[in-house]
Each structure stands twice: as C-alpha cells, then as structure tokens.
Design a binder for this molecule. Structure first.
Ligand code: PFF
Length: 468
C-alpha cells in the first residue's frame, strides 16, 4: 500500500543545516566514542587509523552520497524508494527486499544499542551523586561494580527503557519539531564538551604519546583482520547500509547540495572519532595503566583515570553526558527508519507509528538487556557459536554489524552504481549543487571500489574471519 499523498506532504528539514546536524547526529554515536577508540587500541594505532580514513574516503563517502541520493530522489524511506525505482528495472520488485532488510536492521540495532546507551545514564547518575569517585579509586571494585551492573536484570531493563523512552519522545514530535530540534541543541553541546575535554587533555602528560599512537603508522601492527575491521566499522560509524541516511535524505530540500552535505557529515564523524581517541589515549597514557579488557575501557578504565586528574567529578559527568547525547541522536535515527516505514507504508499517523514501533523495539530489547548475565538462558544462547557472539545481544550485534549493514551497503552501491542510469544520478546530484566536477570519481568509486571492498568483508565473514 503506497501512500501517494506523501510526496506533497512529506516533511522537510527547516534549513540546510537541519540535514547536516541530524545526519551527523546519526553518524556520531557509540561507534565513535566507545567502539572506535577500543578497536584502534586493539589494532595498534596509526596504521589502523590510516586504513580507516581510507575506508571512509573510498567506500563510506561514496555510499553515503548514494543513500542520500536515493532518499531525496524518491522522497521515500528505504522500502518505498527501492520499490519505486526497482519496479521497471532488472531485479524488479526484489529490490524492495533491500529496503525491508534496512527496516529490520534498524529494529535489531536499536534493540541492543539502547541497552549500551542506558549504561551511560547509570554512569551519569553515579558521577553526579558522587558515588563514582570511591569506586574509581579502587579499580578492582569498579570492575566488580560493572560486572554486577551488567548482570542485574532490573537495572539493565530500567536504563534501556528510559533511553528508549527518550528516543520515542523525540521521534514522536516529527522531523522538524522533534529530530531537527534535538540535533540543533544536542550536537553543538556535544561538540563543545568534546572540545573542552580535548583542551583539558592537551595539558596531561600522556598527550604526546597519544598523538604518536594515533597518527604515526606502524604497519607491522596491521593485520588482515584489522583492515576488514576498519572497513566494517566505517559502515557502522557512518550509519550506512540500512537506509538511515536514505530516510534523512528524503527530508532534504532540492536546494541542498547532496555531495557537500554528505561530505560534511563524513568529515564531522571522522573528526569526532579522532577527538575521542585523543581524549581517551591521552588520559590512559598519562598513567601506567594496564588495560585488561579493551571493550569496556569506557566504563571500567576511564573512570579510574578520570579521578586521578583534578576535577574528576566534573570531567566524568561531562564525559558520560556527552556519550549519552551522542547515543541519543543515533537512536533517534534508528527509530525514525522503522517508524517512517509504518507511516509511509501503512499510512499510520506519526504518533501511533512512533509509540507502537518504539514500544515493540523497547520490549524486544529487554531480551538483550537480560542477556548480559541477568538471565542465564539468554546469555547462553549462541547461534553463531563464537565466543564473541554469545547471548542474544552478541548474536544480534554480530548479525547486524557483520551481515546486515555490509550486505545492505553492497546492494545499495550496486543499485545506484549499476542499475540507475548515469544521467539519473547526475541529475539528482547536480540539483542544488551545480556542476559536479567530481561526479566521475564518485561514480567510479561507487561502481568498483565500494562493492569490491564490501564484497571482501562479506567473503571474509563467510570464511569465518573473526574481526568483530
Ligand atoms: N553511527 C552510529 C554510531 O556510530 O554509533 C550507529 C548507527 C546509527 C548505525 C544509525 C546505523 C544507523 F542507522
């Protein structure tokens, strides 16, 4: 059922900055502040960062432009966009499947992303109530605290639901009054907090060592798995492969330049990921601190070092508020993909779509919240059978980041690069932009570099490479 009226009534961003702020909000999230620093740490720094930057430029940016193009051209979400454009071309209605995969992926990612986002709320409360300080003075106690927190079913569920509530609360009010307004407030605050923290760490003794670690490549540290991980992460961090950028692109005005907006979002996302690394590594290198489990740096290591510095309470509270804001602007975009699907395809009112879809994701997400140790049966499920895929949470994260997003991105690149015509693409990209001198480069990257690189990730996952 297509809602034919939507083309005239579709909501739009209030200004050119609206898209950029909302899309940057979607891109900047736990991927930048939590995951990127720890995978950079695990992969030895500089060389990994360089590969990651290459992946953003050669694969991420071209696919981001392609997604936004699809959304703005069709004025529809992923399902409607693929149905409309796929209809009379090779592949036909089967292309609609790419859109459906996107909506399912949004549902799945949000259901566990919000659990981790909930942890930041717990830490904000801890920091502000003064309870983080004593824990942080005893690293072993903090480890125990975190472990107990993870396996506490009530707390995990509670903070997840609060975060979902906040997400629903924003999406409920729509594109302009909800999403854009939230991004307009949260993104500048986020950037200011980051800047303040960067200025702070410049004076810490570990700053120079951090810069060397991040920017001096040592290729002997780089493994094949590291290259694939950098590629895979470039997808997650830019919110590509599931139609989030496509959906936001569908609210973009024809006056806005797609290439310029998309590149700005890529630059902001990368800048913030690098700033997060500078902050974290400066703090960590300032003390001779041994990191035992890098994936929990954010929750078990950083607090310890925060409180070795002057002003620990303020720094730690600011930091977790920053992470929570970044996560919120990402969860908003995940919910928007799912909610706008119900709005466009079933003709539901936005409020109903947001409440029902957000409510279903929140309920389903409880399974993730309980699978971190709270309910043994859920933590033991391991359909994939690897240590890192244990539990409902581990399984869904593995499927979404290793399969759904890369496969979605691969098909989007093929569709825009090979199925749409050159003229169609050129026309949409030059609308609001003027003559696009780099069109040839973009098209080449989209047709060849992106599918090859993403194909390599998919093949390696099939062959069983453990790179997540
Ligand atoms: N880009 C977000 C991050 O780096 O945390 C995660 C994300 C958001 C992925 C939205 C996909 C998406 F559609």
């Amino acid at each position: 059922m297509e809602n034919h009226q939507q083309q005239n009534t579709r909501a739009q961003w209030g200004s050119r900055l609206g898209f950029i702020l909302a899309a940057a909000g979607s891109a900047v999230g736990l991927g930048n502040l939590w995951k990127f620093p720890y995978i950079t740490f695990e992969n030895g720094g500089g060389a990994f960062v360089l590969v990651y930057l290459g992946a953003i430029v050669l694969v991420g940016a071209p696919i981001m432009i392609a997604e936004v193009l699809l959304g703005r051209k069709t004025q529809r979400g992923p399902v409607g966009a693929f149905r409309l454009l796929g209809r009379d071309r090779p592949g036909g209605v089967a292309w609609t499947g790419v859109g459906i995969l996107g909506v399912v992926t949004g549902f799945v990612i949000l259901s566990y992303y919000s659990v981790v986002a909930g942890w930041t709320l717990r830490y904000i409360v801890l920091a502000l109530s003064g309870k983080l300080a004593p824990l942080a003075h005893d690293p072993a106690a903090l480890q125990t605290f975190f472990g107990t927190f993870l396996s506490n079913p009530w707390q995990q569920t509670f903070f997840h639901l609060v975060f979902m509530g906040a997400t629903v609360g924003v999406v409920f009010f729509g594109v302009g009054r909800g999403i854009e307004r939230a991004a307009r407030i949260l993104m500048p605050v986020l950037f200011l907090i980051l800047l303040a923290l960067v200025f702070y760490v410049v004076w810490t003794p570990g700053f120079n060592q951090a810069l060397t670690f991040i920017f001096r490549p040592n290729f002997s540290e780089l493994t094949r798995g590291g290259v694939l991980e950098a590629l895979g992460h470039s997808f997650f961090t830019l919110s590509l492969g599931m139609g989030a950028m496509l959906t936001y692109g569908s609210y973009m005005r024809k006056k806005t330049s797609i290439p310029r907006a998309a590149i700005t979002v890529c630059v902001l996302d990368t800048l913030i990921a690098v700033m997060a690394c500078i902050i974290m590594f400066s703090i960590i290198f300032s003390f001779d601190f041994e990191i035992t489990k890098s994936s929990t740096i954010l929750f078990t290591t950083l607090p310890v070092v925060f409180f070795k510095l002057p002003g620990g309470v303020v720094i730690s509270a600011l930091f977790y508020i920053l992470v929570a804001f970044a996560a919120l602007t990402s969860t908003i975009s995940l919910l928007e993909v799912v909610a706008s699907y119900a709005i466009d395809e079933f003709g539901w009112a936005r409020r109903r779509a947001t409440l029902i879809m957000g409510g279903s994701i929140a309920l389903f997400g409880i399974l993730n919240a309980l699978s971190l140790g709270g309910v043994q049966r859920l933590s033991e499920i391991n359909l994939i059978g690897r240590p890192s895929t244990a539990g409902v949470f581990g399984t869904l994260d593995y499927l979404a980041s290793n399969w759904f997003l890369p496969v979605g991105g691969f098909l989007i690149a093929l569709f825009v690069g090979w199925v749409l015509t050159k003229d169609e693409n050129l026309q949409e990209l030059e609308t609001g932009h003027g003559r696009m001198k780099t069109f040839g480069i973009w098209r080449f990257l989209l047709r060849f570099a992106a599918p090859l690189a993403v194909g390599a990730i998919i093949v390696s996952v099939i062959l069983g490479a453990e790179y997540q």
